[in-house]
Design a protein around this ligand. Structure first.
Ligand code: LLP
Length: 438
């Protein structure tokens, strides 16, 4: 049983998160429900910050909001001193509505629209991460219309093929993101950005993919970035002030998955960079990291109510819950493996092999393929721990299913971060043409 953060099983065999039983949360707020454990989020942030504090130069921890964002989380991250990776006007607006300071926002994306760029400049976004030559020209043109300099970094592709699902690899030479170091495009574009008067070119960014567990991959990344940084100085006298290594640090979803020691990994990466700079007599660049999943993945727990239980034969039993691919598309899209257990009967014997499915009209709507459970019945609460990253942020309304409510729990208190979506909100954007109104 994968008990994360403050999770415990009480004497009645019931799951507690943040000092509250899951059954109480479900009674009070309904299901499907996504519950974030505040202590665990803070613990993960503290591990990153402690490691970055050992880097002898300046550093900044940036949270990748695509993993999960809401106003409450934005406000909490602000208090903890984090910066924020945003990729759209939507994420910018949501973070602003959580009082997140724009100067600590890093605007990413491979196709920022002119309107989004303008909006972000007007709001005072701290950095633009330039993805490609086309976008570089657009940013330079637009920024000419404004008085203030626009600070930017260049996203480069180091040619690293990380050991992860194909859909979440981004460091390989042919990636949709960034410009290649090997092709010389990164060098050319870095020089071009440096020449633009209205742009303040700060440094290099790279994000090589997601759900990466090997520290050797991150070391490969830092070597490649450091080498490119030294080459830019040697060949062109260009000095890099910031190195942004993106996110991608894996977060376990099941008890059997490997754990990444965040503190050790980040400390190792920081000392590699510091040692390279020392050897080359290079002023220490500011070190930036932008994890998403490693901060919120394990801290989020999904709770569902079991409805139908259908026995097909000895080896196939379907257990259907009141959510599914609409609140967690990851098993269907990336073959993600999760673990599950019954929150109301944690100690009962697992003697039933279940295929946990959702309620969507899709055979691919499977949350967990083979899960051993106590024989389930309608009304039991199925828990999927470590499901806090890229679940709500990728949720849909397929089949007219409203998105779940999201809670933050800590020390026996539960607070609503996002209200459960109402059925009437599903068609709030529809219009009924006058000729059909009678
Ligand atoms: N920085 C950049 C520029 C990124 O594109 C991403 C993630 C991150 C940081 C944060 O990566 P993390 O630390 O969370 O792995 N929907 C997929 C993941 C897509 C990741 C997209 N970029 C999934 O559910 O696995």
């Amino acid at each position: 049983m994968h008990l994360t953060g403050t999770m415990t099983v009480n004497k009645d065999g019931r799951l507690e998160i943040g000092g509250i039983t899951a059954t109480k949360l479900v009674n009070d707020y309904g299901t499907p429900l996504l519950v974030y454990d505040e202590e665990l989020i803070l613990e993960k942030i503290a591990a990153f910050q402690a490691a970055l504090a050992e880097y002898p130069g300046e550093s900044q921890l940036i949270y990748a909001s695509k993993a999960f964002l809401c106003r409450g989380l934005a406000a909490m991250l602000r208090k903890e001193g984090l910066a924020l990776d945003i990729v759209s006007e939507g994420e910018l607006a949501r973070a602003r509505a959580g009082n997140f300071p724009p100067e600590k926002m890093f605007f990413h994306g491979n196709n920022k629209s002119p309107a989004e760029i303008k909006k972000a400049i007007e709001e005072g976004a701290g950095r633009f991460i330039v993805d490609n030559a086309c976008e570089a020209r657009l940013l330079a043109d637009i920024s000419e219309q404004y008085e203030q300099e626009v600070a930017c970094q260049l996203r480069v592709t180091p040619g690293i093929d990380a050991n992860t699902h194909d859909y979440i690899k981004t460091g390989q030479k042919t990636s949709k993101f960034g410009v290649g170091i090997a092709t010389g495009q990164a060098e050319e574009l870095a020089l071009w950005l440096e020449e633009q008067e209205q742009l303040n070119f700060m440094g290099l960014h790279s994000h090589i993919g997601s759900q990466i567990y090997e520290s050797s991959t991150f070391k490969e990344l830092i070597w490649s970035m450091a080498q490119f940084m030294l080459e830019l100085r040697q060949k062109h006298g260009l000095k890099i002030k910031e190195i942004n290594l993106g996110g991608g640090i894996g977060a376990p979803q099941r008890a059997e998955d490997s754990q990444v020691n965040i503190k050790n990994l980040v400390t190792e990466v920081g000392s590699e960079l510091a040692a390279t700079c020392k050897r080359a007599d290079y002023p220490l660049p500011r070190l930036l990291l932008e994890p998403g999943r490693a901060i919120v993945g394990e801290a989020g727990t999904s709770l569902y109510t079991i409805g139908s239980v259908k026995r097909v034969n000895n080896s196939k039993n379907y257990v259907a819950v009141d959510g599914g691919m609409t609140d967690n598309i990851r098993p269907a899209l990336y073959d993600a493996n999760y673990e599950g257990f019954l929150a109301n009967r944690c100690q009962a014997d697992d003697d039933f092999l279940a295929t946990v499915v959702g309620k969507c009209c899709e055979s691919g709507d499977v949350l967990i393929k083979d899960l051993e459970l106590p024989e389930p019945k309608a009304g039991d609460i199925l828990t999927i721990p470590a499901s806090g990253a890229y679940t709500y942020s990728m949720a849909s309304n397929y089949n007219g299913i409203p998105r779940p409510a999201v809670l933050l729990v800590n020390s026996g208190q539960a607070e609503v971060l996002i209200e459960r979506e109402k059925v009437s909100e599903l068609y709030r954007l529809d219009t009924l043409p006058a000729r059909f109104q009678d």
